[in-house]
Write a protein that binds this ligand. Structure first.
Ligand code: KMH
Ligand code: ZN
Length: 306
């Protein structure tokens, strides 16, 4: 088996500041978190931008540039900015970071789905910032739109700057979307997939479902690389099964605020350390950032625009 790439997803757009005091959102906090995760052994960091005043999701190019160049000044880690953005952003706002910063890799969401966060309002009642409650409640009517026209535009934009798409797959039918994009010439094999389990609107996080996704992708593509991320406590068991199957593992506060039951993670780096401990206990090796660049065939840090 090859080496395991550990990705740390630093903040995302699912959790809000009131859910954990440790959720980073200013550029400086995100830069520090990325460096900590890299030092802990993550080869890749996945980055969303947030408004430094109140932690709300942002697509501001200046904020993205500050974060990515700040990380690059201190670390050689691979940086994967989001093009999923948040429920409040248009597709044009979501893809802008790729066009302006020309990253080595960026997320590419493989299809449309309901993306519902509103049930967490049963758990969280008090909010620090006014936007949080409305944002979460608004997802009751949110469809995360990634139609074929938009998939075509996103893949062309990534091709133009040589950014590798990390293909986010939230349900099994989205593998068919990707196969269609390969047939149309928009995506080139070997693909790099990220199975995302446990989003309300997507496939639930069970071992059977993860194996179904892997086996369906095997039938569709033969050879491909893949990682897994899963919501909440499923981050751990989905990751373990996935690396035993030959895949990679994403951790981080974007997907899971906890280190263990009832204990908030103080940093994504704590989850990175835990994932690496387990990976090594299972007799597997962890990829460095440059090994990840080789495995994922990335263009290189010298070809980015930040
Ligand atoms: N937010 C996760 C559910 C993206 O940023 O484009 C998957 C993700 C996608 O990280
Ligand atoms: Zn993300």
């Amino acid at each position: 088996m090859g080496k395991v790439i550990i990705t740390a997803a630093l903040t995302g757009a699912i959790h809000t500041p009131s859910m954990s005091q440790y959720l980073p959102f200013t550029p400086q906090q995100l830069i520090d978190e990325a460096v900590r995760c890299h030092e802990a052994g993550a080869a890749v960091v996945h980055v969303h931008a947030r408004n430094p005043e109140d932690g709300s999701p942002s697509s501001d190019g200046k904020i993205f540039k500050e974060i990515l160049s700040g990380i690059k000044a201190r670390s050689n880690v691979v940086i994967t900015p989001t093009t999923g953005g948040s429920p409040t952003m248009t597709p044009e706002e979501r893809i802008a970071v790729v066009k302006s910063l020309s990253p080595e890799m960026a997320t590419f969401n493989a299809g449309s789905l309901n993306f519902a966060l509103y049930p967490v309002l049963q758990k969280y009642k008090e909010f620090k910032y006014p936007w949080e409650k409305d944002y979460l409640a608004g997802t009751e009517s949110f469809i995360f739109a990634n139609n074929f026209k938009s998939l075509h535009v996103f893949s062309e934009s990534m091709k133009e700057v040589g950014a590798r798409p990390e293909l986010e797959v939230y349900d099994v039918g989205q593998i068919n979307n990707l196969a269609q994009l390969v047939r149309e010439g928009y995506l080139k094999e070997p693909l790099y997939l990220q199975f995302v389990l446990g989003i309300l609107g997507g496939i639930p996080a069970t071992i059977d479902n993860l194996m179904y996704l892997i086996n369906t992708a095997r039938k569709a593509f033969g050879t491909f690389k893949w990682s897994v991320c899963a919501a909440g406590r499923f981050q751990l068991n989905m990751g373990v099964v996935n690396i035993l199957e030959g895949g990679f593992w994403r951790v981080g506060l974007e997907d899971n605020l906890y280190l263990e039951k009832g204990v908030l993670a103080k940093s994504s780096a704590e989850q990175v350390e835990k994932a690496i401990r387990i990976t090594r206990e299972l007799g597997l090796e962890v990829a460095t950032e440059d090994e990840a660049r080789e495995i994922l065939e990335l263009k290189g840090i010298d070809k980015v625009n930040y």
